[in-house]
Design a protein around this ligand. Structure first.
Ligand code: NAP
Length: 282
């Protein structure tokens, strides 16, 4: 690559994003020259920002909260995984067209199955939360054929509409996957046990706040995974440890792996993620 590749991450808030550091690490592995912007962009400014970025030779952009659904409207082509998720976290230019993709699910599976060695086939999985992140990861989880997938959300209607949306696109019966949606009530949460519990709510962004999960929820759980990433253990991770879960993880590995997949889409280069996985950026 002779010319500097123009990349960016956009969202609001955006100052906390580690994407520039992650992608600079990837680029250095190949001596690739990149320029990586971090721009505060809202739903109101999204369209003008995208037009300007791609008109001025922009190659690829990582999309974060709250733009992941809206950004789909600006792509000429939508990948299968973004279509199934009804959300995207990447837009990139190729052959004069804009492509939207969702690499969050890929990043999570890579972290769970390859880095943490937890296979999802035939497992019972509980996902807490039904926001954009849950939508992004569920199609990739389904591909791994768990026995059961349950989505529990504070606002029950959002979990139910996620289920309805997915059932319109994927034949879960054919895949032998039981899929349930409900609220965060103990009745719904405790009528089963789970090998893996994933916290996809944004509660960990509010330090000290707890979902108030009962200890019994974790009775068969081997891994409790929080999509949020932080240097400290989140309250969700602490609750799981307190309930006897052996392994807990935050979402740093997922962030790095989804970034690596986005980098591949932008450059056709597959970066080595091992150094970043070992040593998170402060
Ligand atoms: P979102 O679309 O805003 O959804 C937020 C979710 O959290 C909703 O289900 C919401 O429930 C729930 N929630 C918020 N506050 C709650 C509370 N006090 N009690 C119970 N539930 C609560 O956000 P998102 O995009 O899904 O992101 C969720 C989390 O995933 C964030 O922490 C984000 O940093 C993380 N994430 C990590 C990665 C990664 O690569 N590691 C990638 C994407 C996202 P309601 O529907 O009831 O409001």
């Amino acid at each position: 690559m002779d010319k500097k590749l123009k990349l960016a991450v956009i969202g609001s808030p955006i100052s906390h994003s580690k994407s520039p550091e992650i992608h600079k690490d990837f680029a250095n592995q190949f001596d690739a020259k990149i320029e990586f912007r971090k721009d505060e962009v809202t739903s109101e400014t999204l369209e003008t920002w995208l037009i300007d970025f791609f008109k001025n030779d922009g190659k690829g952009v990582s999309i974060t909260l709250p733009l992941k659904e809206a950004a789909l409207n600006y792509a000429d082509e939508i990948s299968d995984r973004a279509r199934l998720a009804s959300t995207c976290n990447v837009i990139y230019a190729k052959d004069e067209r804009l492509f939207a993709d969702c690499t969050d699910g890929y990043g999570l599976i890579k972290d769970l199955e390859e880095n943490l060695k937890v296979l999802l086939k035939d497992k019972k999985i509980l996902i807490l939360g039904a926001g954009g992140a849950a939508r992004g990861i569920i199609p990739s989880i389904i591909e791994k054929k768990p026995a059961k997938l349950k989505v529990a959300n504070r606002t029950e209607g959002k979990a139910l509409s996620l289920k309805e949306d997915l059932e319109g696109k994927v034949n879960l019966k054919e895949k032998n996957i039981i899929f349930e949606a409900g609220d965060l009530s103990y009745d719904f949460l405790l009528d089963d046990s789970y090998d893996l519990i994933i916290n996809s709510t944004s509660i960990s962004t509010q330090a000290g706040e707890s979902l108030g999960l009962p200890k019994a929820l974790f009775k068969s759980t081997k891994l409790a995974y929080d999509l949020f990433y932080s240097a400290e253990k989140t309250v969700f991770m602490q609750d799981a440890l307190g309930a006897g879960v052996e392994t807990v993880s935050d979402g740093w590995g997922m962030l790095v792996e989804q970034g690596a997949e986005s980098f591949r889409l932008w450059t056709n280069l597959i970066p080595d993620t091992s150094r970043l996985l070992e040593k998170p950026i402060d």
